[in-house]
Design a protein around this ligand. Structure first.
Ligand code: ATP
Ligand code: MG
Length: 430
C-alpha cells in the first residue's frame, strides 16, 4: 500500500525548504525593522470567527472552508486566512489595553487552508506572510503598511511591481454606494451568475469581485465608489495618495477593486508583480487593506486596523520564474575526513568540538574511502577539510586544508578542538 499526500498539499523537501527559510528570515528582518512583532495563533478556530469576519457571502466561507465538527461537537475550521484569528487573539488577550503601545503591530507566517481546485500557485494548504496594525486611523499607517509590502517584495528581487489602490470609504459611504450598485445591477439580474444573484442584495460589492464572465461585463460601467465618498472618507484617501507620492511610491487607482472579504473599509490595495515569465500579465501576490470595523464585529472595543497578506507559494513561483537567485545559504565550514577505522573516535570528537565552537561540521558515516569522502566535502561546499589517518593519530596533528586556495598545514588536535577560529586567522587569513 502506498500513500500519497492529500490533494492540493505539497511536501517541501530540504533543498526547497532552504528557499523558504531565506524568505522567512528576510521577512522577519524587514518586519523587525518596521517594529512588527510575531504573533502565533492556532491553526484552527471556531467556525464563527471566520464566518463572522469574512462574511457569509464570501467565497472563502461559502465554498472554501475546511470546517468540521470535533468530538465535542464544536464547529471548527482550519484557518483560511490570518487576520480573523489575529483579531480574535487581539480581543481575547486585551491587546487594546493601555499597557500595550499603540499601534499594536504584529506579523504572522504560516499555513492557511482553503478547499480550492488545485492548480499552479493555488493549493489547499498554502502559506501566507502577513501583518496587522491596530489602534490608529492615521493615513500614514496605511502608507507604512503598503511601503512595507513593497519593500518586502523588492528585497525578494521582484523589481517590476505595481500597486493598485482603492478605497471603500467608511460605512456611510459604502452604504450609499451599495444602494447605487444595486440600482445599477438589478435590471440585469437575469444575466448575472448564480453567485451574483444571491449576493446582489446581501453584498453587491462582491459582484464586482466576481471572476465569472457573465458578471464581468457589467463591472466596466458600474458606478464608482469614488463618487460616493463622504468628506471624511475623501480626506483619508487623499492623504494616503499624497503620502504615497511623498515616498515616491507609484500607484494606479482601480475603482473596481473591492477585495474578497467583507471587513474592509477605506484603503484597500494589491501589489502585483510582472509575471510574463509565467505567461501571464501581472499577478497579485500581496493584498490588504483597512478594517476599521472588524475588532468591534468580533466583540472587541471599536479599534481601527490595517494589514496585508502575501502568498508565499506564489512569491516563490515568481522568484523562480524571474530568475531571482537565492543567496547560497548552505556553506559547510569543515568536513573531517577519517582514514582507517581507528580514526573513528577522534573524527567524531573533532566534528563535535567544531560544532560546540559554533562551526558547521560534518563527517562520513558510511565507511567511505578517502577519495569518496573528499568528494562529499566538495559536494557539501566545505571551506576546510581536516584529515586524520594513522600517522596523524600518532602525532596528534591533523591536516587542515583550505579548499579554495588549496593551502594545507598540519595543526595539533588540541588547537582545532579548542580554537579553530585561531587556526583560521593564524594560518589562512592573509
Ligand atoms: P484569488 O483571487 O487569487 O483567489 P484571494 O483574493 O482569494 O486571491 P487573498 O485571500 O487576498 O487571495 O490572499 C492573499 C494572497 O494569498 C493571494 O494574493 C495569493 O498570493 C495567496 N493565496 C490565496 N489563495 C491561495 C491558494 N489557494 N493557494 C496559494 N496561494 C493562495
Ligand atoms: Mg481566492
Amino acid at each position: 500500500m502506498r500513500y500519497q499526500r492529500p490533494k492540493g498539499t505539497a511536501d517541501i523537501l530540504p533543498e526547497e525548504a532552504k528557499k523558504w527559510q531565506y524568505i522567512e528570515d528576510t521577512a522577519r528582518m524587514i518586519f523587525d525593522n518596521y517594529r512588527y512583532h510575531e504573533i502565533r495563533t492556532p491553526m484552527f478556530e471556531s467556525f464563527d470567527v471566520f464566518s463572522r469576519t469574512s462574511g457569509d457571502t464570501s467565497d472563502i466561507v461559502t465554498k472554501e472552508m475546511y470546517d468540521f465538527m470535533d468530538k465535542g461537537d464544536r464547529h471548527l475550521s482550519l484557518r483560511p486566512e490570518g487576520t480573523a484569528g489575529v483579531v480574535r487573539a487581539f480581543i481575547e488577550n486585551k491587546l487594546y489595553g493601555p499597557e500595550h503601545q499603540k499601534p499594536v503591530k504584529v506579523y504572522y507566517i504560516g499555513p492557511m487552508f482553503r478547499y480550492e481546485r488545485p492548480q499552479s500557485g493555488r493549493q489547499r494548504e498554502f502559506h501566507q506572510l502577513g501583518v496587522e496594525a491596530f489602534g490608529s486611523e492615521e493615513p500614514a499607517l496605511d502608507v507604512e503598511v503598503i511601503a512595507m509590502g513593497m519593500d518586502l517584495l523588492r528585497h525578494f528581487g521582484l523589481k517590476d511591481l505595481r500597486l493598485a489602490l482603492n478605497t471603500l470609504g467608511d460605512k456611510e459611504s459604502r452604504d450609499a454606494y451599495r444602494k447605487a450598485l444595486i440600482e445599477y445591477l438589478e435590471p440585469h439580474y437575469d444575466e448575472l451568475s448564480d453567485d451574483s444573484k444571491t449576493r446582489l442584495h446581501k453584498n453587491p460589492l462582491r459582484v464586482l469581485d466576481s471572476k465569472d464572465k457573465r458578471d464581468k461585463k457589467f463591472v466596466k460601467d458600474a458606478p464608482s465608489i469614488l463618487d460616493y465618498l463622504d468628506e471624511e472618507s475623501q480626506k483619508h484617501f487623499d492623504a494616503v495618495k499624497s503620502l504615497l507620492s511623498d515616498l515616491g511610491i507609484d500607484y494606479t487607482i482601480d475603482p473596481t477593486m473591492v477585495r474578497g472579504l467583507d471587513y474592509y473599509s477605506h484603503t484597500i490595495f494589491e501589489i502585483m508583480a510582472d509575471s510574463k515569465a509565467l505567461g501571464e500579465g501581472y499577478t497579485t501576490i500581496c493584498a490588504g487593506g483597512r478594517y476599521d470595523g472588524l475588532v468591534e464585529e468580533l466583540g472587541g472595543p471599536q479599534t481601527p486596523g490595517i494589514g496585508f497578506g502575501l502568498g508565499v507559494e506564489r512569491l516563490l513561483v515568481l522568484m523562480e520564474a524571474t530568475g531571482v537567485s537565492f543567496p547560497v545559504l548552505d556553506q559547510l565550514d569543515a568536513y573531517v575526513v577519517g582514514i582507517g577505522e581507528d580514526t573513528n573516535p577522534t573524527t567524531l570528537k573533532i566534528v563535535q568540538a567544531l560544532r560546540d565552537n559554533g562551526f558547521s561540521a560534518d563527517r562520513d558515516y558510511l565507511d567511505r574511502k578517502p577519495k569518496a569522502q573528499f568528494k562529499a566535502a566538495d559536494r557539501l561546499n566545505a571551506q576546510y577539510t581536516i584529515t586524520i589517518g594513522d600517522e596523524e593519530l600518532k602525532s596528534k596533528q591533523a591536516h587542515v586544508k583550505e579548499m579554495e586556495s588549496g593551502k594545507e598545514i598540519s595543526v595539533p588536535f588540541d588547537e582545532i578542538i579548542h580554537d579553530f577560529n585561531d587556526v583560521i586567522t593564524d594560518h589562512f587569513n592573509d
